[in-house]
Design a protein around this ligand. Sequence first.
Ligand SMILES: C[S@@+](CC[C@H](N)C(=O)[O-])C[C@H]1O[C@@H](n2cnc3c(N)ncnc32)[C@H](O)[C@@H]1O
Length: 206
Amino acid sequence: MDGGRVYLVGAGPGDPGLMTVRGLEVLRRADVVVYDRLVNPALLDEAPPGALRLFAGKRAGDHCLPQEEINARLIEQARRGRSVVRLKGGDPFVFGRGGEEALALAEAGIAFEVVPGVSAAVAAPAYAGIPVTHRGLSSSFAVVTGHEDPAKERADVDWGRLATAVDTLVVLMGAQSLPRIAAELVGHGRSPDTPVALIRWGTTEA
Ligand SMILES: C[S@@+](CC[C@H](N)C(=O)[O-])C[C@H]1O[C@@H](n2cnc3c(N)ncnc32)[C@H](O)[C@@H]1O
């Protein structure tokens, strides 16, 4: 094993104050930072001035760097003995492909650490005044992708079952599919009077 190490770090949902203490600690001594579009740029100033900053992209339908390329860069930099922070919006294991990166690092024999983050799935509603659970109103919640890989033969998200099985549904990446998702849910028994909030750039001043 080489001396380098990769940290899969959750940058939180946008407000820099929601990054974890452990995340900041590793960011402040990083040699390399590989970051995504959703990461608040202010956090990049926390890395040492001489640290290499690599933008990995990730806009819906426009991945600046393919996932394999990102994995390869993490491995290459760690093999050079560097401390690499892979900075991702929210939590790295909530629709962040952090699991895939962890697998690639494990297969390559690279030491890594996962630093969880505050997911937008709960923080964006919270800043908008919406608790995802509330006594007497909601005793369960689920976080669901609204954007499944179109290449898949069969959809994994079962909107029919989710419609009535869960109290609060948090849909990430759902803007484009909103009419279809709403129709699926109501068609499978969700009340059409269900309150809905649409939150964009939650926890930020955008
Ligand atoms: C690829 S997912 C990554 C989620 C992230 N790993 C997390 O835990 O928050 C990106 C999607 O999460 C949602 N999202 C992320 N940050 C958000 C924010 N600050 N406000 C509202 N939605 C956000 C949007 O739907 C966005 O397209």
